[in-house]
Ligand binder design. Structure first.
Ligand code: PGA
Length: 249
């Protein structure tokens, strides 16, 4: 079974940190054919980072703000070709920490602005409910509305990986129960299959993100309907992240 283990470095690290990190990580990692390891470093370090990870099964991705090639007048934007030129195969879109500052990220115009015609990068699209949504039993409705915003504007479904990240679980040490994670992933897959009936469950990849560490990763990775993990804080510690990547699956 193929799984993805992704590292979201957010805005952490510098050249010295990256070098030290890979000095340890590369010596201690066992590369396995059934696991893809994707790093999302800060965009400005992608090129530097890429030199360390030119290995089979290792990939690098951008963190946003991606735009398509028609758009050459977006200050602060990076065209998808530029990410590709620097070795990227993935782009992380819609992370809750960015949604706060880009209130329109789930607004139709904004999504299409960013993703229209972007077919050269795989999109890792983050969705997830706030604590109040959970408490009000509204999680599934929120996930549907977030997925609809994406799918109405970008229907290259074969290019999408969904990251289910409950906002209340990010960086808090709290995570949903194993049953909840598995059921929510199943719900997301069923929703996508309803929209794209030719798809089978195995065609859709859903990662879980939010307080994943080397202690809980093995259980989470083995849950039904879970195709991988998106790791924030723990991916910045080379020892922790090597342990997660070395889990036998
Ligand atoms: P965390 O972050 O693992 O530190 O909770 C996950 C994320 O923000 O993607």
């Amino acid at each position: 079974m193929n799984k993805i283990i992704a590292a979201n470095w957010k805005n952490n690290g510098d050249k010295e940190f990256i070098k030290k990190y890979f000095d340890y990580f590369l010596k201690n990692i066992k590369i396995k054919n059934n696991i893809k390891i994707i790093f999302f470093p800060p965009d400005i370090y992608i090129d530097y980072f890429y030199n360390f990870i030119k290995k089979p099964n290792f990939y690098v991705g951008g963190q946003d703000l991606v735009c398509n090639s028609d758009n050459s007048t977006l200050t602060g934007g990076t065209r998808s070709e530029m990410f590709v030129d620097n070795g990227c195969e993935y782009i992380l879109v819609g992370h809750s920490e960015k949604r706060i500052y880009e209130s329109g990220i789930f607004d139709n115009k904004n999504i299409s602005y960013k993703l229209k015609n972007i077919n050269n990068l795989k999109v890792v699209f983050c969705i997830g409910e706030e604590i109040l949504d959970r408490e009000n039993n509204n999680t599934n409705n929120i996930l549907i509305s977030q997925l609809n915003d994406l799918l109405l504007n970008y229907n290259n479904i074969n290019n999408i990986i969904v990251a289910y990240e409950p906002v209340w679980a990010i960086g808090t040490g709290k995570i949903p129960s194993n049953t909840e994670i598995s059921k929510t992933h199943e719900f997301i897959k069923n929703f996508i299959i309803e929209k794209f009936p030719s798809l089978k469950e195995k065609d859709i990849m859903i990662l879980y993100g939010g307080s994943v560490n080397s202690k809980n990763a093995s259980t989470i990775l083995k849950l039904n309907h879970v195709d991988g993990v998106l790791v924030g804080g723990a991916s910045l510690d080379a020892i922790e992240f090597a342990k997660i990547c070395n889990i036998e699956l």
